[in-house]
Design a protein around this ligand. Structure first.
Ligand SMILES: [Ca+2]
Length: 312
């Protein structure tokens, strides 16, 4: 049969070579090294491929820190010697149960892996493993190790507010509000609704709006408000952090600027107005995909929250 095709085209030869490589070779002895690494899955779905020690691509030690902006989570950092897409799997047992990767949001391999670990409690020992891939498809995995997020001192003053700046207040009215408009959203998973869902692990992120970022919420009816907070999102390298913001009430009265806060330091600012639609404008930031973990508007303390003719 081969003799009958004296001059097969180069294209045909090339195709045959690819097929031979892609299929692997059941009698491996004659296969090239490259083909030998491509092995068909076993009946159980286990692929007997090559897996390398993560230490081969590891530039720095694994580091685990408390998140200064949020005591409810930790931060994991590692630098790799070449761009990689990496995941850390972690949990209280060697069955892990959590997996996280960097939120650098560039969609491809990176060298500085700064990873938020939502729910990692300070002082608790967790088991973890780091795994990832380089651009040539080589896969790497570390040994299973343990980490403990160091315990940090709580910030001085009230856990909800900023100590002496804070007034006694009632419920966060933003939790019952709706989104009217936002300057933009980064995409799926970064919607404006994330800024009013009461969840510190969800964020509204803009698509590079920087100092032009804004979000407008509707309280449903005119409400008396005695305090405001804007919990900025921020990348672990400090970018996308809002510094100052203003609020505009019903398209008219502007209050502020106020300092932006975060879950660890909410930066409660005292206000006194009645209104329904409130727009938060970022007026200064480190630029980039700014946004908010939460925006919060507080009703007066219980018993003083239903009308605007309250005692003064
Ligand atoms: Ca949220």
């Amino acid at each position: 049969m081969l003799k009958s095709r004296l001059v097969p085209t180069i294209a045909v030869l090339f195709t045959l070579a690819i097929i031979a490589t892609a299929c692997g070779d059941s009698n491996g002895d004659t296969a090239s090294d490259a083909a030998a690494q491509t092995v068909a899955p076993s009946a159980e779905g286990v692929i007997d491929g090559e897996l390398f020690d993560f230490a081969l691509v590891q530039e720095t030690e694994f580091a685990f820190e408390a998140d200064p902006t949020d005591p409810g989570r930790g931060i994991f950092r590692v630098v790799t010697t070449e761009p990689m897409i990496c995941t850390i799997v972690w949990g209280e047992t060697d069955e892990f149960g959590n997996f996280n990767n960097s939120l650098s949001m560039n969609g491809t391999g990176i060298i500085n892996h700064d990873v938020v670990l939502p729910g990692a409690e300070q002082g608790v020992e967790y088991q973890f493993r780091v795994q990832g891939s380089t651009a040539d498809g080589t896969q790497y995995r570390s040994e299973t190790g343990t980490f403990t997020i160091p315990v940090t001192e709580p910030i001085e003053g009230d856990a909800i507010g900023n100590g002496d700046e804070m007034v006694v207040h009632g419920a966060n009215l933003a939790l019952d509000s709706t989104i009217v408009e936002a300057s933009s959203t980064f995409g799926n998973g970064w919607e404006a609704e994330n800024a009013i869902d009461g969840d510190n692990n969800t964020e509204w992120a803009t698509s590079g709006d920087g100092d032009d970022g804004f979000i407008t919420i509707d309280l449903g009816s005119e409400q008396q408000v005695v305090g405001v907070e804007f919990w900025t999102r921020s990348m672990l390298d400090g970018t996308a952090t809002a510094d100052m913001y203003t609020i505009t009430i019903d398209g008219d009265e502007v209050l502020g600027p106020f300092p932006a806060g975060n879950p660890a330091n909410p930066a409660f600012s005292t206000v006194d107005f009645a209104g329904q639609e409130v727009r938060f404008d970022i007026v200064s930031s480190t630029g980039g995909n700014v946004g908010a973990i939460e925006v919060r508007l507080f009703a007066p303390a219980d018993g003083d929250d239903t009308d605007d003719s309250a005692d003064s």
